[in-house]
Design a protein around this ligand. Structure first.
Ligand code: PEP
Ligand code: MN
Length: 340
């Protein structure tokens, strides 16, 4: 159950309530924002006359708790002065992999010219085949950081393994946890202890409960800056890379307070379909997009089939501007100004 506490509740009152639950054999979890206690659902409720500092008690009937909408209505936070979540929508764009200084600088320059504020790019790539290009590693991280700093962008990059956490903390502004690591629970718990936003992609086999429980792993460590990202799920179909689940956007928004982004690049695997699905996701109410772009997709070292070239990306920005009145979220300056 979720027990909302009055704002001026002090430490000893919280301890008193926790010890009430402990005598019932129940462990509790203290939440700071909003100030609350999370306890297992129980038929014995704390006495409101004794614990006068309790504001409200609500059961949480879902397996996921901290990511639940019962805890709060919405989550919003700041990344280098840009708001993410709630009524904000942001675009994150960049290559699948950082390939060279020339490539990442040309992309960063282009994004800056379109008033985009976030660049993505992988330095350690989770490739199906060990013989494929697996990223530039630390060199790549340095390149994307330098390019981002030069062009006033924040960096989103994937953390593949906890042994690389220090690098990710140094070079990125948002840490992406990829589909393959969504269920790496020890990793998620460690990410709960850091003060950096985490973009948690949906596992390719994960249902919504599993995904939100994965978010709870991060939240329960105290890191409240979690962004969900739908990137398509596996199905029996062999003609599409993934099934892009647009319906999950309003579903997540009905269940959780966390921001939800959409990645139509991995969601479709085909640059010809990315823009339609990107617009569909925005109309469905997504808090933003993660889109792969490349100056020359046919030469990309990974995921070239799904990368938009600059012209296609401009078309996407135009499409978003045309849909301004339909899109559920107010459009932030950081991309509404992008294309006339
Ligand atoms: C990526 O964003 O490049 C990536 C590997 O994504 P996913 O984890 O969704 O496959
Ligand atoms: Mn990719």
């Amino acid at each position: 159950m979720f027990i909302l506490l009055k704002e001026n509740t002090n430490h000893s009152q919280i301890a008193e309530l926790q010890s009430f639950f402990r005598t019932l054999g129940l462990e509790t979890y203290v939440l700071q924002n909003p100030l609350a206690i999370l306890a297992p659902n129980n038929h014995l409720l704390p006495d409101r006359d004794r614990f006068t500092f309790i504001d409200d008690i609500k059961p949480i009937l879902t397996p996921f708790k901290l990511s639940s909408k019962i805890v709060k209505n919405t989550t919003e936070f700041d990344v280098n002065g840009i708001r993410i979540g709630s009524n904000h929508a942001n675009i994150i764009a960049g290559p699948c992999s950082i390939e060279s200084e020339e490539q990442i600088y040309s992309i960063a320059k282009f994004l800056n010219s379109k008033e985009i504020k976030f660049i993505r790019g992988g330095a350690y790539k989770p490739r199906t085949s060990p013989y494929s290009f697996r990223g530039l590693g630390n060199t790549g991280l340095k390149l994307i950081r330098e390019a981002a700093d030069k062009f006033d962008l924040s960096v989103v990059t994937e953390l593949m393994d906890l042994s690389l956490l220090d690098e990710a903390l140094e070079y990125s502004d948002i840490i992406q946890i990829g589909s393959r690591n969504m269920a790496n629970f020890y990793m998620l718990a460690e990410l709960g202890k850091i003060n950096k936003p985490i973009m948690l992609k949906r596992g390719m086999q994960a249902n919504v409960t599993e995904w939100l429980l994965a978010a709870d792993y991060i939240l329960s460590g105290g890191n409240e800056k979690v962004i969900l990202c739908e990137r398509g799920i596996r199905s029996f179909d062999n003609l599409s890379r993934n099934v892009m689940d647009i319906g999950v956007i309003p579903l997540i928004q009905s269940l959780s307070h966390l921001p939800i982004f959409a990645d139509p690049s991995h969601g479709t695997g085909n640059s010809n379909f990315v823009n339609q699905m990107a617009l569909a996701a925005m109309v469905a109410g997504a808090n933003g997009l993660l889109v792969e772009i490349h100056p020359n997709p046919s030469k990309a070292l990974s995921d070239g089939d799904q990368a938009l070239n600059f012209r296609q990306f401009e078309a996407l920005m135009n499409g978003i501007n045309n849909l301004k009145t339909t899109i559920q979220k107010p459009i932030d300056a950081n991309y509404s100004l992008a294309i006339q």
